[in-house]
Design a protein around this ligand. Structure first.
Ligand code: KG4
Ligand code: ZN
Length: 335
C-alpha cells in the first residue's frame, strides 16, 4: 500500500510517500530563508509560499518514490494545529487529490505526527509511553496509550521552548531559526556560568519559558550598558550556553517527573528542538540512571515533515479511521 503524506502547517511544504511503513521519499521545501530579516515566520507570506510550492513538492515526492499519482492508496494530511492559511493549502490539496483519485484521506494532528517519527526505526517504542512534543509552537507532554488514545499531561503556560530559542537568538543577532544558532555557539565550559532558571509549577507538569527569555535578554542589555560596547561572540556564547543548559535541563526534568507520576518507563520525544544534541545527551543520561528508555527521532525527522504525517495516517487507517470532505482545518480524524 502507498501512503502519501502532506504537511503544510508552518513554513515547510512537505510531501512524502511510504510503502506501508517504509519511507520511499520525503520532499521538503522550506521558506525559512525569507524570515531571516523578520526574525520569525510571517504567516501571510508562509501561506502564499505553501500555495506556490505544493504542486512542485508533490511531483518531486512521487518522482523520488518512483510512483505515479494513481498508485496512491491513502492520503494523510496535517490538519492542525498550525498556521491556518498554511494548513488550508495542504488540506485543500489533499481533499482535491482524494476526490479525483477516489482514495480516502485522513486529517491528522500535527503534534501526534511528531511523536510517530521514532516508529520508522527498527526498534520502536512500546505503548503506553510519555510523548514530549518540543517544537517552535508547542511544548506538550502527553500520555499515549495508542495513537488514538492520547491525553494531555502538561504543557508550557506561555512560550514554547523552540520559540524561546528563536526569540533569544533574535535578540542576540544570531539569525533565524534560533535553535540551531544557539546550539552552534554552545560551549560546555560555560554551561553553568550564569544561573538561569525556567518556570515550574508546584505538583504539576506544566512549564514556563518566558521568564528565562526575558532574563537572558536583560542580561545582554545590562552587560552592554555596563561595558559600554556590544558583547563579543565569546561573551554571547557564555550566556547562551548557560541558557541552553537551563532549558534542556528543565525539559529533561519535566519528562522524568512525568514518568514518575504516571509510572511509565518509556519516553518518546519529537519536534524541532529534539534535534538538539545537548538535550539528547542530558535526557538520555538522566533516564538511564532511572531505568527509563528514551526514543528520539532520526535527525531528518525532527522538524516538520510529511513522512511523520503519512506514518500516523497509515496507523489510523489500519484502525479504520477516515476523514470526510466537510471537515475543516483543525478538525482531525480523531475529533
Ligand atoms: O517542529 P518544528 O520544525 O516546527 C514546529 O512545529 O514548530 O520546530 C521548529 C523549532 C524552531 O523553534 C527551531 O529554533 C527549533 O525547532 N530547533 C531547535 C534546533 N533545531 C531546530 N532548537 C534547539 N536546538 C536545535 N538544534
Ligand atoms: Zn511541528
Amino acid at each position: 500500500m502507498y501512503i502519501l503524506g502532506i504537511e503544510t502547517s508552518c513554513d515547510e511544504t512537505s510531501c512524502a510517500v511510504l510503502k506501508n511503513n517504509r519511507i520511499l521519499s520525503n520532499s521538503t521545501l522550506s521558506s525559512a530563508q525569507v524570515y531571516k530579516k523578520y526574525g520569525g515566520v510571517v504567516p501571510e507570506i508562509a501561506s502564499r509560499r505553501q500555495y506556490e510550492y505544493i504542486h512542485r513538492v508533490f511531483q518531486d515526492a512521487l518522482q523520488k518514490a518512483h510512483i505515479r499519482g494513481c498508485d496512491i492508496d491513502v492520503i494523510g494530511v496535517v490538519q492542525g494545529p498550525g498556521l491556518v492559511g498554511s494548513l488550508l493549502v495542504g488540506l485543500a490539496f489533499a481533499k482535491a487529490l482524494s476526490f479525483s483519485l477516489a482514495k480516502p484521506y485522513l486529517g491528522v494532528n500535527h503534534l501526534y505526527a511528531h511523536l510517530y517519527a521514532p516508529f520508522f526505526s527498527k526498534h520502536t517504542p512500546e505503548f503506553p509511553f510519555l510523548g514530549y512534543v518540543i517544537s517552535g509552537g508547542h511544548t506538550h507532554l502527553y500520555l499515549v496509550k495508542d495513537f488514538d488514545t492520547i491525553v494531555l499531561a502538561g504543557k508550557t503556560r506561555d512560550d514554547a521552548a523552540g520559540e524561546v530559542f528563536d526569540k533569544v537568538a533574535r535578540a542576540y543577532h544570531l539569525g533565524y531559526p534560533g535553535g540551531p544558532a544557539v546550539e552552534r555557539i554552545f560551549d560546555k565550559r560555560y554551561k553553568d556560568r550564569y544561573s538561569f532558571k525556567c518556570g515550574k509549577f508546584l505538583g504539576g507538569l506544566d512549564t514556563s519559558f518566558s521568564g528565562i527569555k526575558t532574563s537572558v535578554v536583560y542580561t545582554k542589555e545590562a552587560l552592554e550598558k555596563s561595558r559600554n560596547r556590544p558583547l563579543t561572540l565569546q561573551e554571547k556564547a557564555a550566556i547562551l550556553s548557560s541558557f541552553q543548559e537551563a532549558v534542556v535541563t528543565a525539559l529533561a526534568d519535566t519528562a522524568l517527573k512525568a514518568a514518575e507520576v504516571y509510572r511509565i518507563k518509556t519516553i518518546v520525544c519529537g519536534g524541532g528542538v529534539t534535534a538538539n544534541r545537548r538535550l539528547r545527551e542530558v535526557l538520555h543520561a538522566k533516564a538511564r540512571s532511572r531505568g527509563l528508555t528514551v526514543f528520539f527521532p532520526e535527525l531528518r525527522l525532527c522538524a516538520d515533515n510529511a513522512a511523520n504525517a503519512a506514518g500516523l495516517a497509515y496507523r489510523l487507517y489500519q484502525k479504520g479511521y477516515r476523514s470526510s470532505f466537510n471537515e475543516g482545518v483543525y478538525s482531525t480524524v480523531l475529533s
